[in-house]
Design a protein around this ligand. Structure first.
Ligand code: TRP
Ligand code: ZN
Length: 886
C-alpha cells in the first residue's frame, strides 16, 4: 500500500461549513521566481452550523503546496500555539465569532506542472481552480458552498504583463515603482473559490459587444497571444449567438458589464466558466478557415456556449458539494446540445450525442469506475469529471424535458433559477423545482441520479391478425455495478412509432375507444415504470414495423430481433431521422459481426451494398443525415458491444466490409465526390459542411482501395484546399492509404506548412497516432521524440498518447502487449508532472475485463505495473485500484 493512499469521501458525511466568508480581498505580487499572495478574509460563524453555534469550532482552511509567510487575526499575529499547518490543512484552534484573517503565502507558478491553481503557460500567468485548485493559491475553505465576494489586485511587470485580468469589473489601475503596475478587479456576485480566475500576460485584445434583452450593452473581450489575432472571430460570433439563445430559450440575461474569454495553450481540460472570465484551451476556442476543421468549428461553438451557459447553470446557481457536479454539468451540456441543435441540424446533433453516449459512456457504465449521475463517494474529484456526469447527466435532464414538454420544463427552469439564485444546491433541488412547476411526480425518476449502470430494454412483439391488435412487450433490467446490486426499475420515456407496409406512419391507439375517437397520435412517449410492460395497439390491419426509442428518448440499450429486411425498411422510411440512422448502424453491425473470423468465401450482404448505393447516389436525401449514415460503426463501438472482444479481429471484419463497399460502389463514389465539389467561396453552413463530409468520405473510401482516380483527386484536393477540412480530409485519406510515397510527402508538406501553429501541429500528431498505418509503436516513439512534442503540454500528450490508446485500437491492442506496456510507461512518467492527465490517460486499460483472455491478462499486468509505481498520485491510485479490484 502506498503511503499516499487517498481517503474516500462520502456524500452521507456532508456537513454544512462551520465558518462562512463574506469577503475575500486578494493581492497578487507576480514575479518570475514566484508569486506572493496576500489574502484578507472576513469570516463569521455559520448560523446554520449547530455545532459551531454551541461550542465554537476550530477554523480549518484547505491548502496544498503552499508556503505560509504570515498569519494575522484581527490585526495580530496568530500565536504558534494557536495554529497548526499540515499537508492539506491550516487549523486555527481559537477564533472569535467574527474575525478578519490575513494570510500571506508564497507559491511557484513557474514550477507548477499540474496546471492546478496559479501556473504559467508559456509567457502568461493563468489559473485553473475547479475543482480544488484554489487551495494551491492560498489557504481557504475551498468548497463550493462557501461563497464570498472577491476583489483582486494584481501587480506585475508592466512590459511583460501589460494585461492583468480577474473576475468582475476593473475598478482601479496604476503604475508602481520598478516598472511594475497593478489592476484591481471587483466581482459583485458572491462565488465559490473554484470560479476564481486570474490572467496576466502580453495579450492582444479583440473587442465586440452584445446588447442584452433589457437593453444593457455588454463589452465582449477576447484575449489571445498576438500570433492568434486572426483566430478569434468564430468564438466571438458563437458567444453572441449563445447569449441571444439563452435569452430566448431560457429567459437568462448576462449580469456583468464585461465578459472575457482567454485562450491558453496549456490546459488540462476544454475550458472553464470562471465568473466573467472564461478560460479556454486554445484548441477549443481558436479557429480560422485555414487551420480548423468543420468539426473543430462545431466544437468551438458548443464549448463557448457551454461555458457561457454556466453563468446561470453553475455560477448564479452552483453546487452544494462535488457530488452534485452533474447539477451544473448535466444541465449545461443539455443546454449546449439544445443550442447546437437549434443552430444546425437537431437530428445530426442527436446522432452525435448518442454516438458518444453509446460508445464511451455505456463503456464507463459497464466498467470498474461505473458511478451514478450523483455519486455517493469518491477519492479524487477530478476523476469524476466523467461522461456519466456530463453526458448521461444531460440525458437525464433531457428525459425530464421529454416527460414535461417544453413549456412545463421552462416553467421548471424559471422556478429553479428564481428559487435558488445565489445558492449552492443539490440535484434534488433541481428535480424538486421541476416537480413543483409541473405538478408531476418525479419520485421514481430520481433513481436515474442514484442508480449506476445502463438500463437494458428487451423488446418482443406479436401481431394478432384476427383482432387487428399489435402487442409490444418491454422488459427493463439494470445490471449490477461496483457496490450496487438488485436495482429498482426506472422511469423511462420510450418514444415509439409504427410504420405500415408502404412506410406510412400509423396511428397508435392504445385502446378500442381511442381508436374510435380517431385522435390517436402517430408517435407516443410510453412511460416505462415497471420491470415489464405490455402495450396493445388497436386497429392495425397488418403487422406494423416498430420504430423503437425514437430520437434516442432514453440512454438505454435496446434489444429486439430485427430482421435485416426490417432494418432496410426503417433506413428508407422512418420519419424519425435518428432511427433511420440507427437502423443503418444496426444493419452494418449485424453484417460486420457476421464477418468476424468468417471464411474467405463469405460475402457481404448485397442488401447492405444496395442501401449504401442508394445513400451515396440519391442527392435528394438530406445530405447532412446521409453523411452520418455513411460512417460505419467504429471499432470502439463494435468492441463495446462484444464480451471477450478480439479487437484486431473486429478491425479486420470492419475493413473487409468497408473495402467490399468501396469496390462495389467505386463509380458511385467518384460521382458523389464530383457532385460535391465546391465551386464558390468557403462556407460554414450545414449544407456546405455536409458536402465536404460526403466528399471526404468518398475520397477516404477510394484511397482505401488504392484507386488511381481517387489518388489524383486526393492530391489535387490536398494541394488546392482553401480550408482545413479539405486539407485534413485528404491528408487523413493518404495517411490511411497504401500510397506510401504520397503519405510521406503530404505529411511532410503539412508539417512544413503549419509547424508554427501549435493547434495544427496537434492535428498532425493525432492523425498519425490514430492511424493503423502510421500509428505503430515505433512511429509513436518517433512522434514522442519529435521537436514539436512537449511533455508539459496536455494537448500534445493527448494528440499522441491519447489518440494512440483511445482511437488506434488495432495497434493499441497488439497481441504482443506492446501497446499496453507503452501506455503504462507513459502514464507512470506523466504521473510525476501532471497526475490529472495521467489518470485520464490510463482509462483504456481500465476496461481490461472486456477483452479476450490473451489481451485481458496483459492489460491487467500493465495496470499492476502502474499500481506498483513509486509515489503513485492519489488521482492514479483511485483509477488503478478500482480497476483491479474484484
Ligand atoms: N467546469 C469545466 C466545464 O466547463 C470543466 C473543467 C475545466 C475542469 N477545467 C477543469 C474540471 C479542471 C476539472 C479540472 O465543464
Ligand atoms: Zn461545464
Amino acid at each position: 500500500m502506498p503511503s499516499n493512499q487517498p481517503q474516500t469521501i462520502y456524500l452521507s458525511d456532508y456537513k454544512v461549513p462551520a465558518y462562512l466568508v463574506d469577503t475575500a480581498d486578494l493581492r497578487f505580487e507576480l514575479f518570475e521566481d514566484g508569486a506572493r499572495v496576500h489574502s484578507t478574509l472576513a469570516f463569521r460563524r455559520n448560523p446554520d452550523c449547530q455545532e459551531n453555534q454551541e461550542t465554537g469550532a476550530p477554523l480549518q482552511l484547505h491548502g496544498d503546496s503552499l508556503k505560509l509567510e504570515s498569519l494575522v487575526l484581527n490585526g495580530e499575529a496568530v500565536a504558534p500555539s494557536n495554529y497548526n499547518v499540515s499537508d492539506e490543512l491550516l487549523t486555527v484552534n481559537q477564533v472569535p465569532q467574527h474575525f478578519t484573517l490575513q494570510v500571506v503565502t508564497w507559491i511557484e507558478p513557474q514550477n507548477n506542472t499540474r496546471l492546478e491553481g496559479l501556473y504559467k503557460s508559456a509567457a502568461m500567468f493563468c489559473t485553473q481552480c475547479e475543482a480544488e485548485g484554489f487551495r494551491c493559491i492560498t489557504y481557504f475553505p475551498d468548497r463550493p458552498d462557501v461563497m464570498a465576494r472577491f476583489s483582486t489586485r494584481i501587480e506585475a511587470d508592466k512590459t511583460a504583463y501589460p494585461v492583468l485580468l480577474s473576475n468582475g469589473n476593473p475598478v482601479e489601475q496604476g503604475d508602481l515603482s520598478d516598472g511594475r503596475h497593478f489592476v484591481t478587479w471587483e466581482d459583485p456576485f458572491p462565488k465559490p473559490a473554484y470560479l476564481f480566475a486570474l490572467v496576466a500576460g502580453d495579450l492582444l485584445e479583440k473587442q465586440d459587444s452584445f446588447t442584452t434583452m433589457s437593453g444593457r450593452k455588454v463589452d465582449l473581450r477576447m484575449y489571445v497571444e498576438p500570433r492568434n489575432s486572426e483566430k478569434c472571430e468564430y468564438a466571438l460570433d458563437s458567444l453572441k449567438r449563445a447569449m441571444a439563445w439563452d435569452e430566448q430559450t431560457y429567459g437568462r440575461e448576462y449580469d456583468l458589464d464585461i465578459f472575457m474569454i482567454v485562450a491558453v495553450d496549456d490546459f488540462n481540460m476544454g475550458a472553464m466558466e470562471n465568473k466573467g472570465l472564461n478560460i479556454f484551451n486554445s484548441s477549443c476556442v481558436l479557429a480560422s478557415q485555414e487551420t480548423a476543421t468543420d468539426m473543430a468549428f462545431e466544437r468551438i461553438e458548443s464549448i463557448v456556449a457551454h461555458e457561457y451557459f454556466h453563468n446561470w447553470s453553475g455560477n448564479r446557481v452552483t453546487c452544494r458539494d462535488w457530488f452534485q457536479l452533474s447539477l451544473k454539468e448535466g444541465f449545461t451540456v443539455f443546454r449546449d446540445t439544445q443550442f447546437s441543435g437549434d443552430m444546425g441540424s437537431a437530428t445530426v446533433k442527436r446522432i452525435e450525442s448518442a454516438t458518444v453516449l453509446r460508445t464511451a459512456q455505456f463503456a464507463e457504465d459497464a466498467g470498474p469506475m461505473a458511478h451514478s449521475v450523483r455519486p455517493a463517494s469518491y477519492m479524487e474529484i477530478t476523476n469524476f469529471y466523467t461522461l456519466t456526469i456530463y453526458v448521461k447527466g444531460a440525458e437525464v435532464v433531457r428525459m425530464i424535458h421529454t416527460l414535461l414538454g417544453p413549456d412545463l420544463f421552462r416553467k421548471g427552469s424559471d422556478l429553479y433559477f428564481e428559487r435558488h439564485d445565489g445558492q449552492a444546491v443539490t440535484t434534488d433541488d433541481f428535480v424538486k423545482a421541476m416537480e413543483d412547476a409541473s405538478g408531476r411526480d418525479l419520485g421514481q425518476f430520481r433513481l436515474w441520479y442514484e442508480q449506476a449502470g445502463t438500463p437494458q430494454l428487451a423488446i418482443s412483439d406479436e401481431y394478432d391478425e384476427s383482432a387487428g391488435v399489435y402487442h409490444l412487450h418491454v422488459k427493463q433490467t439494470l445490471p449490477d455495478t461496483p457496490g450496487q446490486t438488485d436495482k429498482q426499475p426506472q422511469h423511462i420515456p420510450f418514444a415509439l412509432g409504427l410504420l405500415g407496409s408502404r412506410g406510412e406512419a400509423l396511428a397508435l391507439a392504445l385502446s378500442a375507444d381511442e381508436l374510435a375517437s380517431g385522435d390517436a397520435p402517430q408517435e407516443r412517449v410510453l412511460e416505462l415504470t415497471e420491470a415489464s410492460h405490455s402495450f396493445e395497439f388497436h386497429g392495425l390491419s397488418e403487422r406494423p414495423v416498430s420504430s423503437l426509442l425514437r430520437h434516442f428518448s432514453a440512454p438505454v440499450r435496446v434489444s429486439y430481433s430485427w430482421t435485416r429486411e426490417q432494418l432496410l425498411f426503417l433506413m428508407n422510411h422512418d420519419s424519425d431521422g435518428f432511427n433511420r440512422w440507427d437502423a443503418g448502424q444496426r444493419l452494418a453491425i449485424d453484417v460486420i459481426q457476421q464477418m468476424i473470423g468468417a471464411p474467405k468465401d463469405v460475402t457481404v450482404d448485397a442488401r447492405l451494398v444496395g442501401a449504401f448505393r442508394h445513400l451515396i447516389s440519391d442527392a435528394d436525401l438530406d445530405q447532412a443525415l446521409v453523411a452520418k449514415m455513411l460512417v460505419l460503426p467504429t471499432v470502439a463501438y463494435l468492441a463495446e458491444l462484444t464480451d471477450g472482444a478480439d479487437v484486431p479481429a473486429i478491425h479486420r471484419a470492419r475493413r473487409r466490409v468497408l473495402k467490399h463497399l468501396a469496390i462495389a460502389l467505386r463509380d458511385e463514389l467518384v460521382a458523389c465526390y464530383r457532385r460535391n465539389i465546391d465551386s464558390g467561396p468557403y462556407q460554414l453552413g450545414p449544407e456546405a459542411v455536409a458536402r465536404r463530409s460526403l466528399r471526404n468520405t468518398a475520397l477516404a473510401w477510394l484511397l482505401l482501395i488504392n484507386d488511381e482516380e481517387g489518388r489524383s483527386l486526393g492530391l489535387g484536393q490536398y494541394r488546392d484546399a482553401d480550408n482545413m477540412t479539405d486539407r485534413m480530409g485528404a491528408l487523413k485519406a493518404f495517411v490511411n492509404s497504401g500510397y506510401d510515397d504520397d503519405r510521406a510527402a503530404t505529411l511532410n508538406d503539412f508539417y512544413q506548412t503549419f509547424q508554427h501553429d501549435p493547434q495544427v501541429v496537434e492535428q498532425w500528431f493525432s492523425v498519425q497516432a490514430a492511424s493503423r498505418r502510421t500509428g505503430q509503436l515505433s512511429h509513436i516513439h518517433a512522434l514522442l521524440e519529435h521537436p514539436a512534442f512537449d511533455w508539459k503540454n496536455p494537448n500534445k500528450i493527448r494528440a499522441v498518447i491519447g489518440a494512440f490508446a483511445g482511437q488506434n485500437l488495432v495497434n493499441f491492442h497488439n497481441p504482443d502487449g506492446s501497446g499496453y506496456q507503452f501506455l503504462a510507461d507513459q502514464v507512470c512518467k506523466l504521473d510525476d508532472s501532471n497526475p490529472q492527465i495521467a489518470a485520464r490517460l490510463v482509462s483504456p486499460l481500465t476496461r481490461w475485463r472486456k477483452f479476450a483472455p490473451e489481451y485481458s491478462q496483459q492489460m491487467q499486468a500493465a495496470l499492476m505495473q502502474i499500481r506498483d509505481k513509486e509515489n503513485l498520485s492519489g488521482d492514479l491510485y483511485e483509477v488503478v485500484y478500482k480497476s483491479l479490484a474484484d
